[in-house]
Design a protein around this ligand. Structure first.
Ligand code: SF4
Length: 255
């Protein structure tokens, strides 16, 4: 008897159809017209400039189906984390009015050219948890290796991009949620491989927020002036450059 589940090529055919559908969805999504505050801690200012300006990525460097699925799984896990925190008695707001169709909390500065959307705001928490409110909530998902480093070293050392994001969000959300920067943010990291959870309180780092905000202004000003910010490295072999989707564009330029 024929085993249709194991017919040669079924996995490839279905997988390819899913990949094609996800890539088509992605391509139909209008590109961002602003600098995402969640990205401002990226190591290379030039890469951020390419991203903000919408420079086409190098051939083959765009997100494939697998990466798009990784992003989507991360979003779904964040929804689970919301459920878990609420089950633990934390009054967590993720959308205005706490309605599923409500707008996400966020901010828009520099004439709308720098924006961010926050994962959530903790309005109240059971006293034994020791969470001062209001507090920013930020959630990330990681593979087991990255998660373990994050637990060992803390988010500021292990994931400086996330720490920069948290500091900026605490600073910029203060206008609409007074007191949010006076309380440490709650950072949740989910281990995608084991479902283990890490929680960490992150005190507001005003100097980091200022540095990141200055960085955003520098990127906007350089882009407006048609100037390219310096590379992060002197060699294309540098770690960041090896994984940069604009590496060919960048290193093909005179400087
Ligand atoms: S290739 Fe390297 S220097 Fe150039 S934009 Fe990318 S990370 Fe920056």
């Amino acid at each position: 008897m024929l085993d249709y589940n194991h017919r040669p090529g079924i996995a490839e055919r279905v997988n390819a159809a899913i990949d094609a559908a996800l890539i088509a969805e992605r391509e139909a999504t209008p590109p961002r017209t602003y600098l995402g505050a969640s990205r401002l801690g990226h190591a290379c200012e030039r890469a951020l400039q390419f991203e903000f300006a919408g420079a086409p990525k190098d051939e083959g460097a765009d997100f494939g189906g697998q990466t798009l699925r990784i992003f989507e799984i991360g979003h779904q896990l964040e929804d689970l984390a919301i459920r878990w925190l609420r089950a633990a008695g934390i009054d967590l707001y993720t959308r205005k009015g706490n309605r599923p169709d409500g707008e996400q909390f966020g901010f828009s500065v520099a004439g709308g050219r720098i924006r961010g959307h926050v994962d959530g705001i903790i309005a109240a928490a059971p006293a034994p948890l020791g969470i001062g409110t209001p507090a920013l909530w930020e959630c990330k998902t990681m593979n087991a290796k990255n998660w373990r480093v994050c637990v060992k070293d803390g988010v500021a050392v292990a994931k400086p991009v996330y720490a920069a994001q948290i500091a900026l969000y605490q600073a910029y959300m203060e206008a609409t949620v007074p007191g949010i920067s006076a309380n440490p943010a709650l950072f949740t990291a989910i281990n995608k491989d084991t479902a283990e959870l890490h929680h960490e309180q992150v005190a507001f780092d005003a100097a980091l927020a200022q540095r990141m905000s200055d960085r955003g202004v520098r990127i906007l000003q350089a882009t407006d002036a048609g100037e390219l910010l310096p590379r992060i490295a002197t060699s294309r072999d540098f770690f960041e450059c090896r994984f940069c989707p604009w590496a060919a564009r960048c290193w093909g330029l005179p400087a």
